[in-house]
Design a protein around this ligand. Structure first.
Ligand code: BG6
Length: 509
């Protein structure tokens, strides 16, 4: 049974229930799965189902009334405050009654979809109510019980290194690490998982996947939308916490990790922990050489971020962040990774750019210039899902002219699969007990350590002059360009795929 705590929230109706419907429609949701929403507002099962239906229909790739009706009769609602003890006796009864009604074994997958400050109190209440009977370190497991209890925890997972460690301790007092699922929806994205296949199912890329052949790596997640109605959440969060600490460092780990011994959760996650641990902290007195922060200015429709409704006057919360990550390990010691993310940027695009080094000798130096933007692999994660390998080729015709050319693998063209919302497969993984695409306690704590130097209030030098320092629709503040320029590099700002260079005119006989 999936127990969504915080069922009236946006996440439940926009993502969780629609993704469960999608999985059910495709026949991928176990038939006996029951969904129980828990939230404070009083409403009946029928009312909640009626509320959810338009959201599901809106988000569905293909809305099938029969598939919805079939799932809807397994969707239930229980009113109560999950952070207070009072609701637990009736909740426990309800869980038992639903298990009986639907003939389930009574497995419980809690989904914490509430405000982060409620995570710890709710976990304690679940514990006090005795709902966790298996997966507790100090409890002997009742051999007659075949059911399990697990918990999915949404981001933000803490707001700094200390709060994340405290949350990990609180969860660890109730659930084993094997029962804790720290979700990051970027790990549900097809191409992020595809990175592991690209790297480790082929022999051709791995030999060059290191500091000897890769000059640098860029990981960008740009969005065209602003903060919108989420100012209260966003202003206390900012781009570093919202995107870099979680999503971008997860992508980085998949790009940079060593090959795991086998493709299982224990091995994959321990390699991710190691690579995040190998990130060198930036020297605190030279932070401007390692990071750039920005805030969008006004556009035709909205004021600048710092004057937006709901944003405290003078706020220095960043809506853009760029960071240079340096490793102290054998594979990457000379190869910086540049991360960047922002709201109201020129394009919605999540991608990884692997920039290979130039060949050791330039054979063509007296003949033709070598296009600098080649020798590059562009891994597009969203909105298109593509691998593009851009290299230098000779333009057909007499004499030597060089041009960048591309080989592209587009997932949709190649596999003809409907795209699937990341949450669905991830939740099913948690039901199956597969943690490969969930974050380990140590990964989360390591990621916090990497970003801590860049957090802080307006007294931080990086936040000086942040107000409206980039125009909506641009690629971010000038300081982000300077971050790369200092190293003699430039950001890969998506441009249309280069068209083939024209052939040289045929030689006259
Ligand atoms: C969320 C952030 O985790 O990811 C949002 O809180 C952001 O601010 C979103 O917009 C981006 O996700 P996606 O899948 O659209 O790239």
């Amino acid at each position: 049974m999936l127990v969504i705590l915080g069922a009236s929230g946006d996440l439940a109706r926009r993502k969780l229930v629609p993704s469960m419907y999608e999985m059910a429609r495709r026949g991928l949701l176990p038939k006996q799965t029951v969904i129980l929403g828990v939230s404070r507002t009083e409403k009946s099962d029928e009312q909640w189902r009626a509320e959810l239906k338009p959201w599901v229909a809106d988000h569905a790739v293909d809305f099938d009334e029969a598939a919805w009706n079939d799932l809807a009769q397994r969707i239930h609602y229980h009113a109560g405050d999950a952070a207070a003890s009072a609701v637990y006796p009736s909740l426990e009864q309800r869980l038992g009654a639903l298990a009986q009604q639907h003939g389930t074994r009574g497995n419980l997958l809690f989904y914490l979809s509430v405000a982060p400050e409620l995570y710890e109190p709710i976990v304690s209440r679940i514990d006090e109510a005795g709902l966790v009977t298996e997966g507790r370190r100090w409890c002997s497991v009742d051999p007659s019980s075949r059911s399990w209890q697990r918990i999915i925890v949404e981001k933000p997972f803490g707001s700094d290194d200390e709060s994340a460690a405290s949350l990990n301790r609180a969860l660890g007092r109730v659930f084993d690490e094997e029962a804790i699922y720290r979700i990051d929806h970027y790990l549900g994205k097809e191409v992020v998982q595809g990175l592991l296949a690209l790297r480790f199912a082929n022999a051709v890329f791995e030999p060059v996947w290191n500091q000897q052949y890769i000059d640098h790596v860029q990981i960008s997640a740009s969005e065209t939308v602003g903060v919108g109605q989420r100012t209260a959440f966003y202003d206390s969060t900012g781009a570093i916490r919202d995107m870099i600490q979680s999503h971008l460092l997860q992508i980085l780990a998949f790009v940079a990790m060593e090959p795991p011994t086998t493709f299982n959760a224990v091995h994959i996650r321990s390699e991710k922990v190691k690579v995040v641990d190998a990130i060198e902290p930036p020297p605190i007195d030279r932070l401007a050489e390692f990071g750039a922060l920005g805030q969008y200015g006004a556009d035709a429709k909205e004021p600048p971020y710092h004057e937006s409704k709901g944003v405290p006057a003078g706020s220095t919360t960043e809506t853009f962040a760029a960071m240079k990550v340096v490793f102290d390990n054998w594979r990457w010691s000379r190869t910086p990774f540049y991360l960047r993310t922002g709201k109201k940027m020129a394009a919605k695009r999540t991608e990884v750019v692997i920039q290979f080094r130039h060949p050791p000798a330039n054979l063509f130096r007296d003949v033709a210039p070598v296009p600098p933007e080649a020798n590059r692999m562009i891994i597009e994660i969203a909105p298109r899902e593509r691998f593009r390998l851009r290299f230098v080729g000779k333009v057909p015709g007499q004499g030597i002219r060089l041009a960048p050319i591309e080989m592209t693998m587009d997932y949709q063209e190649q596999f003809d699969e409907e795209p699937i919302e990341a949450y669905g497969p991830l939740i099913i993984d948690a039901m199956r007990g597969d943690q490969s695409l969930y974050k380990h306690r140590l990964e989360v704590e390591g990621a916090w350590r990497c970003v801590m130097p860049f957090l802080g209030d307006s007294s931080k030098p990086l936040r000086r002059g942040i107000h409206a320092n980039y125009a909506p629709g641009s690629w971010g503040p000038a300081s982000a360009d300077a971050l790369l320029a200092r190293d003699g590099r430039v950001w890969h700002n998506p441009t249309p795929t280069p068209s083939p260079a024209p052939r040289s005119p045929a030689p006259t006989p």
